[in-house]
Ligand binder design. Structure first.
Ligand SMILES: *Cc1c(COP(=O)(O)O)cnc(C)c1O
Length: 493
C-alpha cells in the first residue's frame, strides 16, 4: 500500500519510507491513498490481547513489515514498559468510560506511540537501506517532548532535539525534559509559543542544508509512524466494553477526545474507516477553540490570540493533522487540500465547501471548555465519582456533558484520558480545594496525601533530579542550532 502527500498525489512513498521522512517533500503529510486498503475484520480482534491487536492493526497500516516482524517490534516496544501489558485500561465512572492512556513511562498518552516509533523508525531505515544517522526534530507542547526523549534515549543510529516553548509547559513537564539522560538527547527552550516551535521545526525540514551521513525525521504526529499506533487503543476500548457486558459487537460507541494537533482523534477516525463501529467523534478543545469554530462554520481561522490555559498540551492554533482529515473527507482530493493549506499559510484562514462540512458534521461534534469550567469538572468528577482527572481529560469530560445535554445522545461513550493528574498538580490540587502553592512538586505530594492516588513512579523523584539541559534560543535561531548539532558527530554537554 502506498502513501501519498495530502497535497500532491504524485509524491508517493512506501509506509516505511514515509516513517523515515516524517513529512512529504512538499510540506504535505503522508496518508494512505484509499480507504479500501485499510479494512480489517474488527470483530475478529475483539477479546484479543493488546499486543495481538497492535500486531494485526499495524500490519494493515504499515504493510512493509511481515506479521512476525511486527509482532517482534510490538513486544520490543511495549513489554514491561507500561503499568500493565494491557497498556491502556478502560475504567467505568458513572455512565461513562474513561480510557486511561497515561499508564506509560512519562505519564502521558504520547507514550503509546512514542514507545514504538523508535523501533519502527530504525527498522524502516534498515528496510530502505539507509545507514545515515537520523536526527529527530520535535516541537512539543509539553508531553511529546518527554515521551520522545524517553523513547529515543540511546537508540543506536538516532539523535533527538526537542524544542519546547520556554514559558508554555508545566513545571513538571519542564523538569521531566531538562533532566533527560542519554548521549543522543538535546533539549532546547524556545522564546515563543508552541506554534512558533512547531512552525520552526516544519521550516527546518525544507531549509536544512544537509550534512553528509545525517538525515532529519520527525517524532510529531505529522509522522505516520506516530499516528498508526494510536489506532490500536480505540479497538482495545471497544473490546473492553464488550468484555464488561455493556455492548455487543456492532453497537455504536462514541469517543470524546481532548484535542490539540488532531492526531489522537484522527486515529479514532482511522479506526472507524478500518471497520470499528464508531459513532460520533467528539472534539474537545480548551479556550483555544479554533476547531470548535471550524466544525461549526467550516471556516478555519488561526488569526486569533494564542491563549495559555491549564491544559497546555492543547494550546494550539494550527492543528496539523486536520489536514489529513480534510484529505480523507474530500475523497483524497490533494489539490483541494493544497489550496486550503496555501490559504492557511498565506492568509491565516480557509473555508471548506458546504458538502464537505456537512459530511464532517455527521462524523464529528466539537465544543470547548475554559479553565474555570475545567476546574469545576475536576472538582465534581472527584467529589461525585471519586475519579481524579487531569486538566486535559477534564476538558473532555466537560465537553461530553455539554454534548449529552445538547443532543440527548445516549450512545455509550468513551472519554480518552491523556495525562496523569500529577503532571498538572498546580491546577488539579487547587481545583479539588487544596491550598495553591507555587511549588508544583509540593502540590503533588499534597494531592497524593489527600486523594490516596499514588504518584506515578516516573514523576516521584523528579524534583531532585539533576538539570542537564539549559539551552534557550529565539525562534529565528532554531535552524542554525540544528545545522550545528547535525554536524557534531558525538554530542557532549
Ligand atoms: C498531546 C496531548 C493532547 C492532544 O493530542 P493531539 O493528538 O495533539 O490532539 C491532549 N492531552 C494531552 C495530555 C496531550 O499530551
Amino acid at each position: 500500500m502506498l502513501y501519498q502527500s495530502t497535497r500532491n498525489k504524485n509524491i508517493t512513498s512506501s509506509a516505511s519510507a514515509a516513517i523515515v521522512k516524517g513529512i512529504a517533500s512538499d510540506g504535505g503529510l503522508f496518508m494512505f491513498s484509499s480507504e479500501e486498503n485499510i479494512k480489517i475484520d474488527a470483530k475478529k480482534l475483539m477479546g484479543k490481547t493488546t499486543f495481538d491487536m497492535a500486531t494485526e492493526i499495524l500490519s494493515v497500516l504499515l504493510p512493509d513489515f511481515t506479521k512476525e516482524e511486527m509482532r517482534s517490534m510490538v513486544e520490543r516496544a511495549y513489554k514491561g514498559k507500561f503499568e500493565t501489558d494491557e497498556l491502556t485500561p478502560t475504567v467505568k465512572i458513572g455512565d461513562e468510560y474513561i480510557l486511561e492512556l497515561f499508564r506509560g513511562p512519562t505519564s502521558a498518552f504520547k507514550d503509546v506511540a512514542l514507545s514504538i516509533l523508535p523501533v519502527l523508525l530504525t527498522a524502516s531505515a534498515k528496510k530502505n537501506g539507509i545507514e545515515d544517522d537520523i536526527v529527530i526534530l520535535t516541537a512539543t507542547s509539553g508531553d511529546t517532548g518527554k515521551a520522545a526523549l524517553e523513547g529515543f534515549e540511546d537508540v543506536e543510529g538516532t539523535k533527538i532535539i526537542v524544542f519546547y516553548p520556554e514559558n508554555g509547559v508545566s513545571a513538571v513537564q519542564k523538569k521531566q525534559m531538562v533532566t533527560q539522560k542519554g548521549n543522543n538527547t538535546f533539549v532546547v527552550a524556545v522564546k515563543g509559543n508552541f506554534d512558533d516551535a512547531q512552525t520552526g521545526v516544519k521550516n527546518i525540514f525544507s531549509s536544512f542544508s544537509g550534512t553528509e551521513g545525517v538525515r532529519l525525521s520527525s517524532a510529531n504526529s505529522i509522522n505516520i509512524g506516530r499516528l498508526a499506533p494510536q489506532v490500536v487503543y480505540y479497538f482495545k476500548a471497544y473490546s473492553d466494553l464488550i468484555s464488561m457486558g455493556d455492548i455487543s459487537f456492532g453497537d455504536k460507541v462514541n469517543f470524546c477526545v481532548p484535542t490539540g494537533n488532531f492526531g489522537d482523534i484522527l486515529a479514532g477516525y482511522i479506526a472507524k474507516l478500518m471497520g470499528l463501529p464508531v459513532g460520533r467523534l467528539i472534539v474537545a478543545s480548551n479556550a483555544n477553540n479554533v476547531l470548535t469554530d471550524f466544525f461549526e462554520t467550516g471556516v478555519y481561522d488561526r488569526r486569533r490570540p494564542f491563549l495559555k490555559t491549564a491544559s497546555p498540551s492543547m494550546d494550539i492554533l494550527i492543528s496539523s493533522n486536520l489536514e489529513r482529515l480534510l484529505y480523507l473527507s474530500s475523497g483524497c482530493d490533494n489539490e483541494k487540500v493544497a489550496k486550503y493549506m496555501k490559504a492557511l499559510n498565506e492568509e491565516g484562514s480557509y473555508k471548506v465547501e458546504e458538502d464537505q462540512l456537512a459530511r464532517l458534521k455527521e462524523e464529528f461534534y466539537a465544543d470547548y471548555l475554559d479553565d474555570e469550567a475545567t476546574s469545576a469538572v475536576i472538582k465534581n468528577t472527584y467529589e461525585k465519582k471519586g475519579y481524579l482527572s487531569d486538566t486535559h481529560t477534564a476538558v473532555a469530560i466537560g465537553v461530553y456533558e455539554k454534548y449529552k445535554n445538547k443532543t440527548g445522545d445516549k450512545t455509550p461513550t468513551v472519554i480518552l484520558s491523556t495525562a496523569s493528574p500529577y503532571k498538572f498538580s498546580g491546577f488539579v490540587a487547587p481545583a479539588i480545594g487544596l491550598k495553591k502553592n507555587e511549588n508544583e512538586f509540593e502540590m503533588m505530594r499534597e494531592l497524593e496525601a489527600e486523594t490516596g492516588v499514588p504518584i506515578p513512579s516516573g514523576l516521584k523523584n523528579l524534583e531532585e533530579a539533576e538539570v542537564l539541559h539549559t539551552t534557550v534560543v529565539k525562534k529565528e535561531e532554531m535552524s542554525a542550532l540544528v545545522e550545528r548539532k547535525a554536524k557534531e558527530k558525538v554530542w557532549t554537554r
